[in-house]
Design a protein around this ligand. Structure first.
Ligand code: SAH
Length: 360
């Protein structure tokens, strides 16, 4: 059995390579190829000797090369790319690259499927299959780094750009896979990998309070996003069953404590669903809960998930909602949608592919 070295720390990599007779300085070179140059083929690591390349090929694998790209889609405006990744065990997850004016950000998945069963979301239609490992989360970022490097070569740019932001907002509930998610973020933060600031990382949760507390204990300036979506208990429970175990009022309190401890502003995500949570009263209630909090609201006009029968409010209804928040001095933005034409938008990941497979 070959050993997969992707995601190992330099110390662990050194040990793994040494066990097959490779010198210490080789580990350092391999580490640089993998995480600074996003090169995953041993044969392309041209400062290694032929003999060492052969040894590496005989004994080791690199996860990004074990992952198959089942599908690649690029939005018509060229700003969003989505990959459907086939993992070595046959499961698949999606990951999305977004090009913003401030750089590239990747929306990573944390689980195959999801157990939260939010009514409007397509990720959890089938429940959670398993947690992703830290290397599987890191690989989502590095597969895009590899593409950015290839693009730079084609465009004859000297220095390729790398992904500079990560949002853990793909399929899955990150707080239920805490160790792997934090392990991946810590790895990307390292100076000898992506050197990504924690301030450029965001974890989005549906409101798993113990996870928010654990994140607070970490003492890292990672951004917290909370998927709120409703501020009436009965409605939120019907949309998000997690509200039964962790009522949203307690979630807001935990998020506020997180923000107070680390000084980071919390983002509350609020999907606007036509005639469900988009009234003036809802906007007033939301304002009441968030007033004087170190918080902002990200309004997400619902992306249609046909299975669920939810609709997006009219433009006028969205504007009305925003106006109420503005009047109450709640900082709110309407999410710029990216990748809608390729179903990369929130809540639409993977489901379509699963459906297509079923029909085959
Ligand atoms: N489990 C985490 C992260 C994944 S969901 C969480 O709940 O935050 C990422 C975001 O996409 C959440 O805010 C989620 O509620 C939102 N989302 C899910 N389905 C959507 C849909 N159909 N339209 C718009 N946003 C959706």
């Amino acid at each position: 059995m070959k050993i997969d070295i992707f995601g190992l720390t330099i110390e662990a990599l050194t040990e793994a390579l040494a066990s097959k007779g490779l010198k210490k300085f080789r580990a350092k070179q391999v580490f640089q190829w993998l995480y600074q140059k996003s090169v995953f083929d041993f044969a392309a690591m041209h400062n290694l000797s032929k003999a060492d390349i052969a040894l590496l090929e005989e004994h080791f694998t690199v996860l990004p090369r074990q992952i198959t790209i089942l599908r690649e889609q690029n939005s018509s405006d060229g700003m969003t790319s989505k990959l459907l990744l086939g993992l070595p065990d046959g499961n698949s997850v999606e990951t999305v690259l977004m090009h913003h004016d401030y750089g590239y950000s990747v929306c990573v998945s944390s689980q195959v499927g999801c157990d939260m069963h939010c009514a409007f979301c397509a990720s959890g239609l089938k429940g959670a299959v398993r947690n992703l490992t830290a290397p599987e989360i890191i690989a989502q970022v590095y597969l895009f780094n590899e593409r950015l490097r290839q693009r730079a070569v084609e465009a004859q740019q000297s220095k390729p750009e790398m992904v500079s932001r990560v949002v853990v907002m793909g399929s899955g509930e990150p707080m239920l896979n805490f160790d792997a998610v934090l392990g991946a973020l810590d790895f990307l933060h390292r100076e000898d990998t992506c050197f990504m600031s924690y301030r450029n990382m965001t974890i989005s949760t549906c409101g798993i309070i113990p996870g928010i507390k654990r994140l607070e204990e970490q003492g890292k300036p990672i951004n917290l996003a909370v998927s709120l979506h409703a501020v009436r208990s009965d409605l939120r429970t019907s949309l998000m069953p997690v509200n039964k175990g962790f009522p949203f009022v307690d979630v807001i309190a935990a998020a506020e404590a997180y923000s107070q401890a680390g000084g980071r502003q919390v983002t509350y995500e609020y999907i606007l669903l036509k005639d469900k949570n988009d009234s003036v009263q809802d906007a007033e209630l939301l304002s009441n809960y968030l007033r004087y909090k170190h918080a902002s609201v990200n309004l997400i006009p619902a992306n249609p998930v046909p299975e669920q029968g939810f609709e997006r409010p009219s433009k006028a209804a969205i504007e009305r909602f925003v106006k109420v928040l503005a009047k109450n001095r709640i900082n709110a933005t309407v999410r710029k949608e990216m990748g809608k034409d390729i179903d990369a938008a929130c809540g639409q990941l993977r489901a379509k592919f699963a459906k297509e497979q079923e029909q085959k």
